[in-house]
Design a protein around this ligand. Structure first.
Ligand code: SAM
Length: 270
């Protein structure tokens, strides 16, 4: 269910991630994603009950708009013209916070027609990615949006910081956390995630919140860069490297680091 393009999306790593996760039947509480992005893992796992959160308000409004009115979002999306000039006009529109369907359609349109699906904003919080073309626009359909809407029916959607989301977890819940990569590696985070300037202190906060979740018997999985500074924060948990060369692109461009999966449980215990 790849309905948006997303920097750092986990679609290409699902073959490594899914076998290490509990199944939807094994998750007794909620499946929680504090950094949901395009929700690649959520859509692949299809949990019975979920809490999806991200710090990006446009992203959460996109999910809310599609959940509430997929057909209306599709009609507006379809009506946007296909020229480069129109792209810049639609990008310049100031959206009314209450007009959820229009906001969702505009975000979807910008995501599917901007350059490489980037999600970058200027200092005023205005989306400022250039035009990328129409090639990726019609690979989704009304059926795609209806399916997304159905999958979100019993999901709690929140625009919030990861720490707050993780602190809400209780025994029986399962957390899948996929924070932005460390700056200097594959995703130059400043240009991809205006809402998530995730520095080293962000990883420290994340590790602390996950440690407290472990103390409450919450099981969790984290995907992360294997940079030694970051790995040192998660020392003591189970760590599985993701082979380099996985998928079309490597997770990280620097030669001395790759991506790893970190988790706090034994598969037999689940
Ligand atoms: C690597 S992406 C997640 C990709 C997602 N797993 C997928 O498959 O598409 C990281 C996400 O974290 C979000 N983010 C950054 N800082 C955050 C924070 N402090 N709290 C919550 N979300 C944050 C970004 O907006 C972005 O959507």
């Amino acid at each position: 269910m790849n309905f948006i393009r997303y920097p750092g999306g986990k679609q290409r790593l699902l073959n490594y991630i899914i076998p290490l996760l509990p199944s939807r039947e094994q998750i007794k509480g909620r499946f929680i994603e504090p950094f949901v992005g395009s929700g690649a893992v959520f859509f692949a796992l299809n949990p019975k009950c979920a809490l999806l959160a991200d710090i990006n308000p446009e992203l959460i409004d996109l999910y809310r708009g599609i959940r509430h009115s997929p057909s209306k979002v599709w009609e507006i999306y379809k009506s946007f013209p296909k020229t480069k000039k129109a792209y810049y006009e639609i990008r310049a529109i100031k959206v009314n916070r209450k007009d959820l369907a229009f906001k969702a359609a505009r975000t979807l349109y910008l995501n599917r027609t901007c350059f490489k699906g980037m999600w970058r904003h200027n200092s005023n919080g205005e989306f400022n990615v250039g035009y990328g073309g129409q090639d990726r626009r019609w690979v989704i359909s009304l059926e795609t949006l209806k399916e997304v809407s159905n999958r979100l029916k019993h999901v709690v959607l929140k625009c919030s910081d990861c720490e707050q989301t993780i602190n809400e977890s209780k025994e029986g819940d399962f957390i899948f956390a996929d924070p932005p990569y460390r700056p200097g590696e594959r995703e130059l985070f400043n240009s991809h995630y205006i809402y998530g300037k995730f520095c080293f202190s962000g990883y420290q906060r994340l590790a602390e919140a996950l440690k407290k979740a472990s103390n409450r018997n919450v099981k969790w999985m984290l995907t992360i860069s294997s940079h030694p500074d970051i790995l040192s924060i998660f020392y003591g948990y189970k760590i599985v490297p993701i082979p380099k060369g996985t998928g079309r692109k490597l997770g990280i461009l620097t030669n001395n680091s790759g991506e790893v999966i970190v988790f706090n449980y034994n598969m037999e215990e689940i």
